[in-house]
Design a protein around this ligand. Structure first.
Ligand code: NAD
Length: 481
């Protein structure tokens, strides 16, 4: 961040609606200077080896987890929520431990071995990209800024992070916490700004990890292609849940509700379409509505309740437009459905909708709100067809007898399926998964691939036999029998 930045952006508070914060917009020159400073430090960082890097990252994260105060306070204001803000920060512990454990095998260069070509022996050098740019969204601002940053640092890269301009208050205290670890701060920096800053970062980095919308993801992919640098994209979703007749309707309703409404539905892996077997759909919907109506807002007391404000005011318009479109085409809102104004913020109670079809944007476009449209099906094959009828392929959930649910899960065109639970990808960091279709591009950000995508493999090929000379190219030397 620089006091000399030419432009400042106002930032709204999600609980008051007031623009009570400003950020400077970092431009290309500032980013170029920062990039060159970080690149200079990255060589020693890479040479120091994974064990040293792991120790430093662990020490910094332990300090932050022990004293989260300033980062937590800022994140609470950014997102308007307490418990989830703390959970975002606490997730750093598992993220660091998991990546460090994976690094002990993934980042070890294999020992020299004979190749299948006689006389040639091979070594493999893992060469990290010099500088990775991380561009993150507003829905889980801290978590989604760290998810790619930790493995990239462990792999030996330097990292510049550009969080969303909608939720930037946590950046300054986070940088202050990094500053207490100068070696780490020498290879990891945060910048503030909007899309122009993100675009400038693409111009300075050797690879980009982007989490955000499909529309911006397309621009990021094109800009990275222009520069011939890798783009790892984690984009939107329209995650389906299938509730089989063998499921317990009340238990399924309880879990679907949580996996749909957590974070006020502002999560890529929120369940946004529910398909229920007709044999249990009446009971499922009854239980779902009863449970949805019992969910309290975090208002007026921000320290109690279960559903916080919508972070980004524009999201309220998108949700309202999708609900209006659905109702106009024959859908029924059984509970919720009204954007409420409290204290200047925008709120929506868990909203259950029936009578929906795939002609409605509510069933095809990302909603990013606590809305649960429910459709019933007669045959499981139809449920699979409906679940796969989407441009997205992020994740899904299936409820019911485990063997039956697994058989259904294997037919879904998505990168992860939670069985008898929802949104498990928010809790599991050590299992590889790809985003299918428009939900993303590139190697898995989870599991060992999450680390390996930041290193290139260099083959060192040693001739221990007799290297060929020109005589090997002599036409008459070829055996023409
Ligand atoms: P967004 O695409 O509007 O913005 C994301 C980031 O990109 C922001 O930091 C923004 O400043 C930056 N940006 C904007 N234009 C840019 C450009 N031309 N070049 C480079 N950077 C640019 O997304 P959002 O509204 O902040 O986030 C919500 C979206 O994120 C939803 O679609 C959600 O599904 C998705 N998301 C995906 C995942 C995942 O893991 N798949 C996780 C969380 C959120």
């Amino acid at each position: 961040m620089s006091a000399t930045s030419p432009r400042n952006l106002p930032v709204c508070n999600p609980r008051t609606g007031e623009p009570d914060f400003h950020i400077p917009v970092a431009g290309p020159e500032e980013i170029a200077a920062l990039a060159s400073r970080l690149r200079a430090n990255q060589l020693a960082w890479s040479a120091a080896g994974p064990a040293h890097r792991a120790e430093l990252i662990k020490a910094w994260s332990a300090r932050l987890l022990a004293e989260p105060g300033p980062v937590l306070d800022a994140l609470v204001t950014d997102t308007g929520r307490h418990a989830l803000a703390l959970r975002e920060i606490n997730a750093l512990g598992g993220m660091v431990a998991g990546n460090v454990a994976l690094a002990t095998t993934a980042l070890v260069e294999p020992s020299e071995r004979p190749s299948l070509t006689p006389g040639i022996h091979a070594q493999t050098q893992l060469v990290p990209y010099g500088l990775i740019g991380v561009i993150s969204p507003w829905n889980f601002p801290f978590l989604l800024s760290m998810l790619d940053t930790i493995p990239a640092l462990l792999a030996g890269c330097a990292v510049i992070v550009k969080p969303s301009e909608v939720t930037p208050r946590f950046i300054a205290p986070l940088m202050a916490s990094l500053a207490a670890f100068p070696e780490l701060a020498g290879v990891c920096a945060f910048i503030t700004g909007d899309g122009s800053t993100g675009a400038a970062l693409i111009g300075a980095a050797d690879g980009i990890c982007f989490t955000g919308s499909v529309a911006t993801g397309r621009k990021v992919a094109a800009a990275c292609a222009e520069r011939f640098i890798p783009a790892f994209l984690e984009l939107g979703g329209k995650d389906p849940a299938i509730v089989l007749s063998s499921a317990d309707p009340d238990r399924a309703a309880a879990v679907v509700l949580r996996a749909s409404v957590q974070g006020t539905g502002q999560a890529c892996q929120s369940l946004e379409r529910i398909y229920v077997d007709a044999r249990i759909s009446k009971e499922f919907v009854t239980r779902l509505v009863a449970r949805a109506e019992a969910v309290p807002l975090n208002w007026p007391d921000s320290r109690s309740g279960q559903v916080g404000p919508l972070i980004f005011a524009r999201q309220a318009e998108i949700i309202a437009a999708q609900l209006a479109d659905a109702v106009e085409k024959g859908a029924r809102i059984l509970t919720g459905g009204v954007i409420e104004r409290h204290g200047g913020g925008y709120w929506l109670r868990p909203t259950v909708v029936t009578g929906v079809t795939h002609d409605m944007s509510l069933m095809t476009e990302e909603t990013f709100g606590p809305v649960l449209p429910v459709m019933s099906f007669g045959d499981v094959s139809v449920a699979v067809q409906l679940a796969n009828d989407s441009v997205y392929g992020l994740s899904a959930a299936v409820f019911g007898d485990e063997a039956e649910a697994l058989a259904v899960a294997r037919q879904l065109v998505v990168g992860a399926v939670s069985i008898n639970d929802g949104a498990l990808t928010t809790e599991v960091f050590d299992v590889d998964k790809n985003a299918f279709r428009l939900s993303g591009l590139g190697a898995s950000r989870m599991g060992a691939s999450g680390l390996l995508r930041f290193v290139r493999k260099k083959a060192l090929l040693i001739q221990r036999g007799t290297a060929k000379d020109m005589s090997s190219l002599e036409e008459s030397s070829l055996n023409r029998s």
